[in-house]
Design a protein around this ligand. Structure first.
Ligand code: UDP
Ligand code: MG
Length: 325
């Protein structure tokens, strides 16, 4: 890392996928907003395999604004969070702010995030003031928010969907050490942060281009989130199995008692078959769940997420701590 790069206070990471209509205004407004911040900064634009002129425009911007704009070009479309991760890897700022390229997050709001980061917060989320999205989009992100909140062990944030967010360097370093696929950065950040807060930011309608998330992509994101972060569904399978088996046993007892009272109760043994069927199905489900637990363990181990992350060490020089400062 060069001396100049070491002194950068703020890196702004923006993923770009087919945003040629938004890029000129985005660049102009972000550069102006950053100038007003009176700090050392870099704007990192990550082209996520765009098929329009975005890539050329990003590279031109980097050429025109050396030291201020950095172009990162990915070889194909890897998805928003992968693109952000690539930008984070290139970033060198003490604080990192991520935002979307479609100007739904006004760059003029960055100062609010930076102020909170300077106060010492590790993760600064943002709440969208009168959110400008379609009903469907709002409903979908409500579902995502609820699930993320559940998965974050009670560590709550009101709004996970807004990508105008800030992170401190230690948190970003921790995220970069997680090599799993399908990362959801706002959530991953929560698991490494000590102090988190949220600020209200303005939210605008998308003025040009279309949303890159259709219904299918949103469902895929939810599914990814659930299976990528938790083995809860597998555990539920075991619980379901035991419940079904228990129901079968209780049903069997009821049939036995009733058949003692009335010989023909239970359709001459047909009901007993049902009860046996319940017990067997429950057993199979429980066994599947148990098998799933082992697969879940393999899943957790293969994603090789660090079990802990040292923020700093006092009294002895430590590599990681040095890198974080
Ligand atoms: N994006 C990306 N790769 C993708 C999809 C989206 O880099 O595969 C970028 C996109 O250019 C935008 C941001 O991610 O900067 C958010 O996308 P979008 O505005 O379409 O999502 P929405 O606001 O509808 O959630
Ligand atoms: Mg958007």
């Amino acid at each position: 890392m060069s001396e100049a790069e070491k002194n950068i206070e703020l890196s702004i990471v923006i993923p770009v996928y087919n945003e040629e209509d938004n890029l000129p205004e985005l660049l102009q407004r972000t550069l102006t907003a950053v100038k007003k911040l009176n700090t050392t900064s870099e704007i990192i634009l990550v082209d996520d395999g765009s098929r329009d002129a975005s890539q050329v425009m990003i590279c031109e911007a980097a050429e025109k604004n050396p030291g201020q704009v950095v172009a990162v070009v990915l070889s194909s479309n890897f998805g928003q969070h992968a693109a952000v991760t690539a930008g984070l890897e290139v970033s060198s700022g003490k604080y990192i702010v991520t935002m979307d390229a479609d100007l739904q997050n006004p760059p003029e709001e960055i100062h609010k995030i930076l102020a909170k980061l300077r106060e010492g917060f590790d993760v600064v989320g943002s709440i969208r003031e009168n959110r400008q999205d379609t009903f469907f989009r709002k409903f979908a992100s409500k579902c995502v928010n609820r699930m993320v909140r559940k998965l974050c062990n009670g560590r709550t944030m009101q709004d996970y969907g807004c990508m105008l967010r800030g992170y401190s360097r230690p948190v970003i370093n921790a995220i970069l050490r997680c090599h799993e696929h399908g990362k959801f950065i706002p959530m991953l950040a929560m698991s490494f942060a000590r102090n988190v807060c949220e600020v209200e930011v303005k939210h605008a309608e998308r003025t040009a281009g279309v949303s890159k998330y259709n219904l299918w992509k949103l469902i895929a994101l939810q599914y990814d989130l659930l299976t990528g972060t938790s083995i809860f569904p597998l555990r539920m399978l075991t619980v379901c199995g035991f419940l079904v088996a228990a129901f079968g046993v209780i049903f069997g007892i009821v049939i036995f008692i009733m058949s003692q009272i009335d010989k023909h109760w239970g359709a001459d043994g047909v009901f007993a078959l049902f009860s046996i069927q319940f017990v067997l199905t429950g057993g199979v489900l429980a066994a599947l769940g148990l098998l799933g637990e082992y697969i879940g363990k393999i899943h957790i181990n293969t994603r090789a997420r660090p079990q802990y992350f040292i923020e700093y060490v006092q009294g002895k020089k430590h590599n990681n701590a040095g890198e974080n400062k």
